[in-house]
Design a protein around this ligand. Structure first.
Ligand code: SAH
Ligand code: SF4
Length: 407
């Protein structure tokens, strides 16, 4: 197990094998996960010989930030280089880039809290939440000190990747077109958050994590689940699972597994993109394995916490799934499910001639769903100028194959 993916008990085992005392396990785990310190020389209460061993285990070389692209709208895309040279991208999206009508991924849970921490999500984090350590301040990561000042600043959502490329082959998605290069390990998934914290401004706090970057999280279930356990570990970052959303193209057995393993605490987003099997199958090959009826049964069975809703993502592709007939089908399909719908006008990708519909069509689609009683938002494009918008995260240097939906 890579050291950055070890639980405290696993650290204990590897330390015991070296004759070290058990309390060192907690110390090292906290440096890495609570304070975001990967450099052993900064682990000041760890004896020097032990720091050298931690270095030798590969902690500092887990990943490095190769480049930070800043968008004019303050979205930041980090290009991270893994120890094997593979590069991946993660995106920081400040809430201030979201307009007030646009409840999208930057405030996924704003009216969805269980209410047990008194946070209505409308403003700054509650003191109860800060006290639990759920709010990450850049101060903690930067100073590398325990108990740094808790942030009350601008809320940031981080979008993280779970694979290099993706095997699901959705025709409108740059990752899908490129294909799967490899899975990310839990250590590489967590490292995105550790390094992401370092790119926060002093006034910002990391509020939500969405697994909506490159890859299909549930196609890399073991590593994704371990990463979720590490990110929510009380001795580590201690993020609330309610502030983490896993987005899936619809791997039905793994949706059930996620629900069971985390008691429905982790937020679920599902990429729908069509409400009949033939349209969906043409856009998303996974639909041929898990058709809509199975997916809907899977969603109904997800042990959602009370007052929470499933996010339905619907990428609108001109002439493919953006008509009012399709909107009516979506309305019928989702009837009775606790959902929020996010419409995403397709972001153009290089390898495909599929196009973004005119905005009048997008708004007409939205209006029909609103009139049918749904909460439905159009996701604003952020980070477009640095190719950080949905579906644009790409493999650097990879030559995408041209794919077209089967007609
Ligand atoms: N694999 C997961 C999570 C990553 S994709 C999933 O598919 O849900 C995150 C979201 O971006 C998905 O809803 C996906 O359909 C959407 N997306 C992919 N390519 C896009 C594009 N070119 N334009 C707009 N949205 C896109
Ligand atoms: Fe993979 Fe999601 Fe892209 Fe489909 S949309 S190819 S599942 S990353």
């Amino acid at each position: 197990m890579h050291p950055v993916a070890r639980y405290p008990e696993e650290w204990k085992e590897s330390l015991a094998a070296r004759g070290e005392r058990p309390f060192r396990a907690q110390q090292i785990f906290k440096w890495i996960h609570a304070r975001g310190v990967l450099e052993p020389e900064q682990m000041t209460d760890v004896p020097e010989a032990l720091r050298e061993w931690v270095r030798g285990e590969g902690v500092p070389s887990v990943a490095e930030t190769a480049h930070v692209h800043r968008s004019l709208d303050t979205t930041r895309k980090l290009l991270l280089r893994m120890s094997d040279g593979a590069t991946i991208e993660t995106v920081l999206i400040p809430a201030n880039t979201v307009n007030s009508e646009d409840a999208d991924l930057a405030n996924v849970d704003d009216d969805d809290d269980d209410g047990d921490d008194g946070d209505d999500g409308a403003g700054a984090p509650s003191s109860a939440e800060s006290a639990k350590g759920n709010v990450i301040s850049p101060m903690i990561a930067r100073a590398g000190k325990p108990g740094g000042t808790k942030g009350q600043g601008d809320r940031v959502t981080q979008c993280i990747s779970t694979q290099v490329g993706c095997a699901m082959g959705c025709v409108f998605c740059a990752s899908g077109v490129a294909g799967l290069k490899r899975n990310l390990g839990a250590h590489e998934i967590v490292a995105q958050v550790i390094l992401g914290r370092r790119a926060l401004e002093p006034t910002e706090e990391l509020r939500n994590i969405v697994l909506m970057g490159m890859g299909e999280p549930l196609h890399n279930y073991e590593q994704t689940a371990r990463a979720l356990k590490l990110l929510t570990h009380p001795m580590g970052m201690n993020l609330s699972p309610r502030r983490i959303t896993v987005s899936t193209s619809g791997l039905v057995p793994e949706i059930a597994r996620l629900g069971a393993d985390f008691g429905g605490q982790i937020g679920l987003a599902v990429s729908l993109h069509a409400a009949d099997d033939s349209t969906r199958g043409a856009l998303m090959p996974i639909n041929r394995k898990y058709p809509l009826a199975e997916l809907m049964d899977g969603l109904r069975a997800y042990p959602l916490r009370k007052r929470r809703r499933i996010f339905i993502e619907y990428t609108l592709v001109a002439g493919k799934n953006d008509g009012l007939d399709e909107a009516r089908k979506v309305s019928r399909l989702l009837r009775g499910l606790p959902v929020k719908i996010n419409l995403i006008p397709m972001n153009p990708i290089e390898a495909s001639s599929l196009a973004t519909p005119p905005m009048e069509r997008v708004y007409a689609f939205q209006q029909l769903l609103i009139d049918s009683g749904y909460t439905c938002f159009v996701r604003k494009r952020r980070g477009d100028d640095v190719a950080a918008a949905c579906g644009q995260l790409a493999l650097l240097g990879a030559k995408p194959k041209i794919r077209r939906p089967p007609s």
